[in-house]
Design a binder for this molecule. Sequence first.
Ligand code: IMP
Ligand code: MG
Length: 178
Amino acid sequence: MMNDIDRILYSKEKLEEIVSGLGKQISEDYADRNLLMISILKGSVVFMADLMRSITIPCEIDFMATSSYGNGTKTSGTVRILKDLDRDVRDYDILLVEDILDSGKTLNYLMDVLYARNPSSIRICTLFDKPERREVDIKADYKGISVPDEFIVGYGLDYAEKYRNLPFIGVLKKEIYE
Ligand code: IMP
Ligand code: MG
């Protein structure tokens, strides 16, 4: 697995530092709210697991799964819901937890779907952001760090469903996906 990695971009320790900073901020901002963290499967599952443990206020969690990428490295542009929430989100303050904000199409679509269900509020928390790749007008309310326009894997992020179990963020060698 390591042979497919060009270089390590963020170590386990660096990721811990970024995630605990986000958790602290979210704990302050949502202190008197009704926080529901929604993890967008599968990429955000590692981030979600660490982020929720750095949150010090009561919260609930749920999961949604979407599909748009297939096995490629670029979005197909069509978003489908593969798994929906278990609950009615009315009266909840939703925090969408995403691994990486790229074209923005996935979150844009999910925001529309969830707004129609009348929650108290919706915000976005993304660990990584690739702002120069944005195709729709969407911004994260909480952002871990902006990353260069390279395909990254590890800490939940995949290429063709692999590499999610790497504990760090690495840049995938171009020859793997070209
Ligand atoms: P968007 O709809 O283009 O913003 O898609 C975001 C999704 O694309 C993320 O949740 C990831 O699953 C995937 N993605 C985008 N860039 C990368 C990357 O560099 N590595 C791994 N997955 C990525
Ligand atoms: Mg993915």
